[in-house]
Structures are given as structure tokens and as C-alpha cells.
Design a protein. Sequence first.
Length: 229
Amino acid sequence: MFFKELFSKWNLIGNGLILLLVGIFVIWAETSPISLARLTVEDGLIESLTAFLFAVACIGFIMTLKKSEHLKTSSGWWRYVFLAGWIFVMFVFCGEEISWGQRFLGFDTPDAIEKVNVQREFNLHNFAALQTIKYRMLSLLMFITGVLLPGIVLFGWGKKFMQKISMPVLPLCYSGFFVFSYLYGSYYYDALPIDAATEVRELLMGLGMAAFGLHGALRSDDLFRFKRT
């Protein structure tokens, strides 16, 4: 059962297509790194698209919360905790990606934040105190979301446990977004100009989270490993 689900048709197709997408970014990085870097500047196409994808994920999780039969028929207030957590995290990720609309709305960074923010922007992720750990925290989140939890539910005991605590788990066919995102960011971190590798990594993660949320919006109980009948 483990290998049958791991190497199912949809998992192979989904992650194969993701690999092709990542291959485009690999070729781009190898052949024209400067043009790639131009799109990864602040408020550039890639950063704006990433923020949009996090917003899509947030909306998708809200729809999942409303539509899931599993959540409706389960007991206990805690059954909403993990999904509500994803809604909150995606809302924060979207806001942080665009510095909470600072450049669009044109408001100044408060002095207290400007002093401790390396880019002097209205956000948390650029606080000087977080620079040494934020990438590790993001990598850990990607590993847990894209590898650890989808791997656990391949086992019968893991699936039952996740259903018991109402933990939404990423469908395995989207795991490639997180795995290849991490590998791309790690390999090209020092090879590409400015923060190009980081921005591409966040874009791939955004695609993965958007797919996660939209899948839940369309087939809510799949995230809890209940197949729709």
C-alpha cells in the first residue's frame, strides 16, 4: 500500500510536471541569470505573483473550512485549529511579501521598525534579528509541509492520527513544489544576483500552497485523506 500510493499515477504526473517547471527556472538561471534577477526585484513580477499565490491559498483554506464534511461531523473546537492556522499563516505571508501594501499605499515606515529592519520596510521578516534564522525556519516549514506530513499519512497509523487531530495534509502530487523549491534555493543561493534564488524559491512554495488551498476548496476532505464518494 505504501509504495502503491507513493508511486500512484497522479503523484508521478503531478511531480513530473512540477519538475519540468523547475527545469525552466534551472535553464533560465544557467543561460540568462541577469534577466531572471530583473524579475525578482522588490515589487517585481515574481514577488507580486508570490503574494497573489499566498492570497489564493488563504482563500482556498477558508473555503475548505466551510465545505469540509469531516470538520462538520467531527466534535471539539480544536478540529479547526490547524486549518485556521494555515489561513493565518497564508494571510501573514501575503502581507509580508508586499510589506503590507506599503509601496502601493505610500505610507512611511515607523521609526521604531525602520531602525531594526534591514530594508527599512514595514514588515517583520526583514528584522535584523531574524536574518540568521528566517531561511532555516522557512526550510523547516517546507520540509514539514511538503515531505514529512505527506510521508506520514502513507502509513495507516499516520493517516488515522492525522484524521483524528483534523490535520490537513498536502496531497503528495504537489510535494515537488516544496522539494524542488528547497533544492533550487540551496543550489543557486550564491550563484544568482541579489536575492533571485530566494524569490524563485518563494514563488515555487507559493505555487505549492496555492495548489494545496485550491485542492481543499474543490475536494475539501481529500486534505484529511477522506476520498469523496
